[in-house]
Design a protein around this ligand. Structure first.
Ligand code: HEC
Length: 192
């Protein structure tokens, strides 16, 4: 083989190698990104569960089931299992986990919502749950609440990817009397 053909051959082999290697690299890079995004969401859900246990469980239940979990909780169900029982429309599905409307829940957490307000645009199932003067308090600092934007985003992540284990874990870290109070509240009006 002459010198030129040899060089050509080497060039061809190297080009083929790049053609084969690039997509493999692209696929691996993609997987790496997905894994990083999943870890990011998981961490947000865990932080969201801590806020939920501290600030939301007294009305929305220790399982996030609200008034469907126990008559002693006044909040709407947030855990998708309980939302389904209440006939609340589940807007999207992502794999196996049901997802509640992200924009709507974000808005309600920031601004709160007045129970039984006829000017609220609620579905028929929501109208059955809403009670005059049982209000969702506003949590956003800009609306007089105590939660910063990023903390609310963590809770929104929890509502999108409900994780009862993370909530249970967060509840275990509450002061003992607060946890005992929540458990007693849950047991007192448990819906069977
Ligand atoms: C004092 C009781 C109370 C607390 C504490 C509370 N909520 Fe609520 N929440 C309610 C009530 C009552 C409603 C239903 C309002 C209505 O009838 O429109 C509600 C509704 C909601 C909704 C709307 C659900 C839907 O289907 O539209 C979301 C989301 C929500 N709460 C999230 C939270 C989060 C997150 C926290 C903690 C940061 C929290 N709530 C703390 C009482 C509470």
């Amino acid at each position: 083989m002459d010198e030129l053909s040899k060089k050509f051959l080497i060039g061809l082999v190297l080009t083929m190698a790049i053609i084969v290697i690039l997509p493999i690299y692209a696929i691996r890079e993609n997987k790496r990104h997905t894994a990083a995004a999943e870890r990011y969401t998981e961490a947000a859900v865990e932080r969201g569960a801590i806020t939920f246990a501290q600030a939301c469980a007294s009305c929305h239940g220790i399982q996030g089931g609200g008034k469907i979990e126990s008559t002693t909780f006044i909040g709407f169900p947030l855990n998708p299992e309980f939302r389904e029982k209440a006939g609340l429309v589940i807007k999207l599905t992502e794999g196996d986990s049901y997802v509640i409307d992200q924009d709507e829940s974000r808005k309600v957490i920031h601004r709160g919502r007045i129970g039984g307000d006829p000017t609220n645009t609620l579905s028929a199932a929501e109208k059955k749950l809403t009670v005059p003067n049982l209000n969702m308090p506003a949590w956003g600092v800009e609306d007089g609440g105590s939660l910063k934007e990023f903390t609310i985003e963590d809770v929104v992540a929890l509502l999108q990817h409900w994780n009862q284990e993370a909530v249970d874990d967060a509840l275990e870290h509450l002061p003992a009397d607060q946890l005992a109070g929540l458990r007693a509240q849950a047991a007192a009006g448990k819906n069977r």
